[in-house]
Design a protein around this ligand. Structure first.
Ligand SMILES: [Zn+2]
Length: 95
């Protein structure tokens, strides 16, 4: 009988240990999840920022950095030209 009580006590101790370990692991997993979430959000922000920057860069002449002007032709087509034309020859057809 005493042996059994001893065994139960040992098992409970093990169980407590396992529970503590489990809690630690859970906390670690939660921290990792939070970190991952933060990284993903950062990445999203970075991508959004990069796309905005790409758009802004698109409004500037890649040859000289001046502003671009859009010319719309009556046939529905258009072209983007550099404000410094004809000094700068940059021309890009509109999509
Ligand atoms: Zn230019």
């Amino acid at each position: 009988m005493e042996d059994l009580e001893k065994k139960v006590a040992e098992l409970q101790k093990e169980l407590d240990h396992a529970k503590r370990r489990n809690k630690t692991l859970k906390n670690r997993i939660r921290r990792m999840e939070e970190e991952t979430k933060k990284l993903v959000e950062e990445l999203d922000t970075k991508e959004a920022l990069e796309s905005v920057l790409a758009e802004e860069r698109d409004d500037v002449c890649p040859d000289c950095g001046s502003e671009l002007m859009v010319f719309n032709f009556p046939n529905g087509k258009g072209v983007t030209k550099c404000k410094r034309m004809p000094v700068c020859k940059y021309t890009k057809p509109l999509k």
